[in-house]
Write a protein of this length. Structure first.
Length: 365
């Protein structure tokens, strides 16, 4: 079975390196391979310093980690040499030679990275996802609670990192008061209302919660539901009408929805009935591939969904990052007559009514 790759992203100073130091030092019981990266526009590489012994800030206790370092807690650390895919393949091959396997692979990106290209590179390589290979499991974004509002205003990367996330660690929460913390949650939720938000200090988090989510690939076989809190049911008004749309995040996070000025937001659409698979994929590909190039067309960063298609008795799971998507089979649906298809879109220029109408047009006749 392929090992899951968790992409750790976050703006400068959010606490990524602190999290990596914990993973490399703590006795947490997991065998984790940590890949350190500094991605530029071409996924270039720079060497990074990671503390292995001593106290944070003690330069004499830091070691330059290159190629392959195995640590006492069973974890390993390396930097990218060549392409990211080649690095992962080399890491897996080297571990296989030692007769051991990783529980997980964590990939740390630079604070200025857009995680979209990283996710695509992991997703499209067929050889990488073989039985003994690796698959993209989830994207985890760290957020500096004391600076994120300013970062969202001034840096598009900070907003993109939130938009792509499956889980958001709202870090350095001890540096803000409770009122500010709730306002920050609202702002994050108005961009990406589907992501799970976990409040942390000093990047301290139960790795069993962050890892093995199965939210990007793997058909949602991890611990986390594909649509998070929204997998169970849309609002009653949508259920009563047999379909429609609703804006996520406003009700859950932001009573004062005007708190943010980001143009990235989350929209849900739903419709009952079984879909025509060909019609659905044609509509989806038009959204992801063709209409994104139109003036003011939808710019979809992430899409997730649970759908039911004619000729299949299984719930099917949709995952998309930018223009790349995958539909995988889930469990058998015990009550196919009562199914409701639910999709979540995160991006810019999202037309709620148009998305709802488009999904409904895919219902099999």
């Amino acid at each position: 079975m392929p090992v899951g790759v968790c992409v750790i992203t976050g703006f400068l100073g959010s606490g990524k390196t602190t999290l990596v130091n914990y993973i490399l030092k703590a006795d947490h019981g997991y065998r984790i391979a940590v890949i350190l990266n500094d991605f530029g526009a071409e996924l270039g590489v720079e060497k990074m310093l990671v503390q292995q012994d001593g106290v944070d800030g003690d330069n004499e206790s830091r070691t330059l980690v290159e190629d392959w370092v195995e640590l006492n807690n069973g974890c390993v650390c390396c930097t990218v040499k060549g392409s990211l895919v080649q690095t992962i393949e080399g890491l897996l091959e080297k571990r296989k030679e030692m007769g051991e396997k990783f529980d997980f692979i964590l990939l740390e990106t630079t604070g200025l990275a857009d995680p979209g290209p990283v996710a695509r590179e992991l997703w499209v390589d067929d050889e990488l996802v073989e039985e003994d290979g690796a698959v993209l499991d989830s994207i985890v974004t760290l957020v500096d609670a004391s600076n994120i509002e300013k970062q969202i205003e001034e840096n598009k990367e900070a907003t993109l990192q939130i938009a792509y996330a499956d889980t958001i660690l709202l870090n350095k929460s001890d540096l803000v008061n409770e009122e500010d913390l709730e306002r920050i949650k609202a702002r994050i939720g108005s961009i990406n209302a589907e992501a799970e938000v976990m409040v942390t200090t000093r990047s301290s988090v139960d790795l069993g919660v962050v890892l093995n989510q199965g939210t990007v690939t793997g058909g949602g076989r991890g611990r986390k539901p594909v649509l998070g809190d929204f997998a169970d049911a849309p609002p009653s008004s949508v259920l009563a009408s047999g379909g429609g749309f609703w804006a996520k995040g406003v009700e859950k996070y932001a009573p004062n929805a005007g708190l943010h000025n980001s143009d990235i937001r989350t929209v849900c659409v739903a419709t009952n009935g079984v879909l025509d698979n060909e019609a659905f994929q044609t509509w989806l590909e038009d959204l992801l591939w063709e209409r994104r190039h139109e003036d003011s067309g939808p710019d979809i960063l992430r899409a997730k969904g649970l759908i039911y298609t004619k000729g299949s008795d299984k719930r099917r799971v949709l995952q998309a990052v930018r223009e790349i998507y995958e539909i995988t089979d889930g469990p058998v649906e015990e009550n196919p007559e009562a199914v409701m298809n639910k999709l979540v879109f995160i991006g810019r220029n999202l037309d709620e009514g148009g998305l709802a109408t488009g999904l409904k047009s895919c219902v099999a006749q």
